[in-house]
Design a protein around this ligand. Structure first.
Ligand SMILES: NC(=O)c1ccc[n+]([C@@H]2O[C@H](COP(=O)([O-])OP(=O)(O)OC[C@H]3O[C@@H](n4cnc5c(N)ncnc54)[C@H](O)[C@@H]3O)[C@@H](O)[C@H]2O)c1
Length: 331
């Protein structure tokens, strides 16, 4: 039986990933600094509530483990990563430095680091109609926020451990992953979840506020597809950074329109031009993932958004949210 550790296993991608690995019959240890109450059903063999900024915790966690998916990070959507710099760099540098060194000392067989589309340079993302970002576009480096710089630095650290310590490492760049059980309120939510929440909360007829002019573009990948891509990368022999995302570029306006259609409500959009918007346009090129992993997303944006909208709407109806307390402390 393969012994797997998923850090950030109480978070969005980590909990979905752990559930899939556990259902495949693996031993799955999950670790996180906190666990939300809304993730239902047991999806792990062992659960450890630990702060990974502390080296001795990382060392204890990585004992007797074959594979590590290191997903723990202090992160959030565009509002959070625009506002918070020092804490993001401090916490994530500590987590990633300690985790890779602990994995080395405990002779873990394979290690995956979750990087981000935020590592790509601002100058490649200046217009709405952007070309998909290819892995080699990362350099010359110019990420548009501190979170992206930390991810890029950690990618380089992985490269150094591959070379000097002969560690077997996988580096994955997620592009906007969305779906149920992700953060949807409190300041760390990303655009699909934020818009689903706004639409679900709006009266009918009513209105919602869009951050920016709505013409900024992104691509979004549904969580089940992202989990499949993550496992495919871990099981592959590919050792360089690789994109996991979707190539379906949409504007934030189009994204909002899809969610409004799903809701069946009559909703007017208004625009807050002073709100953070991030880069003007960002799309993924997944040619490499198709070739190296035989992977591509299967779930359409319309289908994924319908599932996500229903989940967020039902959460709001229950009105028992502990997320508000856990996430507002950072903003
Ligand atoms: N969701 C996306 O679209 C996306 C895009 C690019 C990259 N990523 C990366 O993928 C990974 C998972 O992202 P996610 O969307 O699931 O985010 P998430 O915030 O839901 O999960 C991250 C988890 O890490 C935990 N964590 C934070 N600080 C910790 C600490 N000191 N010790 C232990 N645990 C700690 C958090 O409590 C959280 O549960 C992260 O590394 C993130 O940077 C995600």
């Amino acid at each position: 039986m393969v012994r797997i550790l998923v850090t950030g296993g109480g978070g969005f991608i980590g909990s979905h990933l752990a559930r899939e690995l556990y259902s495949q019959g693996n031993f799955v240890r999950i670790a996180d600094i906190k666990f939300d109450d809304y993730i239902s059903n047991r999806y792990y063999s062992e659960k450890m509530e630990l702060d990974l900024r502390i080296f001795k915790n990382c060392l204890a966690l990585t004992k007797d483990i074959d594979r590590i998916y290191n997903l723990a990070a202090n992160m959030g959507g565009i509002g959070f990563i625009t506002a918070i710099g020092a804490e993001v760099m401090h916490d994530n540098t500590l987590i990633n430095t300690h985790m890779i060194e602990a994995a080395k000392q405990n002779k873990v067989k394979r290690y995956l680091f979750s990087s981000s589309a935020c590592i790509y340079p601002t100058y490649k993302q200046m217009i709405s109609e952007v070309k998909g970002l290819r892995e080699e576009d990362a350099y010359p480096a110019d990420p548009d926020n501190f979170y992206g710089w930390e991810k890029l630095y950690t990618e380089k650290m992985c490269e150094a451990y591959q070379r000097d310590c002969k560690m077997d490492i996988r580096i994955l760049r997620y592009h906007n992953i969305y779906g149920p059980e992700g953060t949807y309120m409190g300041g760390r939510e990303k655009s699909p979840a934020a818009l689903c929440r706004k639409v679900a909360e709006a009266t009918d007829p009513g209105s919602i506020v869009i951050w920016g002019d709505g013409k900024q573009t992104r691509s979004y990948c549904y969580i089940d597809d992202a989990v499949k891509g993550t496992i495919a990368l871990m099981e592959s022999n590919y050792e360089k950074p690789i994109n996991i995302g979707s190539e379906q570029l949409v504007s934030i306006d189009e994204l909002a329109d899809m969610i409004i259609r799903i809701s069946g409500k009559k909703i007017r959009k208004t625009y807050d031009l002073s709100a953070p918007q991030g880069v003007r346009g960002r799309n993924a090129d997944i040619t490499l993932a198709r070739r190296a992993l035989n992977w591509q997303p299967e779930i359409t944006l319309e289908t994924g958004l319908a599932i996500t909208y229903e989940w967020i709407k039902s959460r709001l109806e229950k009105k028992t949210d502990s997320q508000i307390e856990t996430s507002t402390q950072f903003i």
